[in-house]
Design a protein around this ligand. Sequence first.
Ligand code: NAI
Length: 392
Amino acid sequence: MIVEPKIKGFLCITAHPEGCAANVREQIEYVKSKGAIKDSCKSVLVIGSSTGYGLASRIVSAFGCNAATVGVFFERPADTARGRPASAGWYNTVEFTKQAQAANLYAANINGDAFSDDVKKQAIEAIKKSPTGKVDLVVYSLAAPRRTDPATGEVYKSVLKTIGQERKDKSLDTDKGEVVEVTVPVANEREIFETVKVMGGDDWELWIKALDEAGVLSEGCTSLAYSYIGPELTYPIYRSGTIGMAKKDLEKAAERIDAILKLHRGKAFVSINKALVTQASSAIPVVPLYVSILYKVMKEKGLHEDCIRQIQRLFATQLYNDNFLDFDDDGRVRIDNLELRDDVQKEVFEIWPKVNTQNLNELTDFAGYKSEFMKLFGFGRPDVDYSKDVEI
Ligand code: NAI
């Protein structure tokens, strides 16, 4: 069938199989072009491996480090009867697996709810079947709207709200290409609690404990999770909002997980990454406008990096290749250093009050934002003929 983009709000509900496959191959080629990463991982579990930072982590592990990978994700297969394509992460994983197998790399996939005990058990079984039977790197890269507590069956929902007082701010209606004013409401105690339950460190810790109990953690095993801080401009909605509370909880969990991994002479930490267009970040108010300005400034300065460039740099210049992790005062690794450079933030800050619907294309890289967003779903690639029938 011919697959076309169908945008609903901040989501595209269709994905193009060939476009997604080409995106994955492009990322693999980039990683290969940077050369092999020495003294690196051999066997990696990526939780949230099908899109964004998790997919990039899996690609760098496999094609930069030559590692076996087990990927956990939650993606929708195609419904051929109804003519509905699969989700982008499904197609990404199909192509990743094809390329990994062609390179003789072990690649096991688990499509299911990472928060459940059952998926943890399936991942452990897949690790046991891998060449080393253990993992030496566990990447936690989930971005989820809800979580069912495996112990109680209770369902928690995350919200993107402020804490303390509501916030009126500029945002971007990405559908219409309009700068709008949004009011981000205040979360109540329960909403804060539930957001922390979903996006905090609870589940990461459960994963590490389950892997430890199953005896599948290698000596020297490292675990890392991704977080965001950003500039003060986005603090009310991000760092000081509900999602920020969850991320602080994730950072606290890193200390507890570090203590578990120390017993295996390993370590755990949180890496603070750059703001990028992903399925998760496009849902956050204010952030798409900030990202459009940031892209413009960083591209003009030759500093722009996407997920694969960020993660390749993390692995090649900090985690491995005989390098040391460069921790900040709070024990976090900062690959957001280029985003937060004074000259970058000064320019973003100068543009922010001036930007409106009329000058959006002139003052920001909204065009870049949109094309990157469409690319997430496999659309807008010059090397794909979208008028051709494809097998979904
Ligand atoms: P994404 O939406 O591209 O990827 C999320 C992944 O989680 C996908 O593989 C998805 O299948 C998986 N997933 C979601 N719910 C699941 C479930 N219940 N069970 C199993 N898998 C599930 O998100 P993105 O942006 O790559 O985010 C990953 C992490 O990076 C998040 O912790 C996010 O906060 C962090 N981060 C993102 C930044 C950004 O600008 N996009 C910046 C800095 C950090």
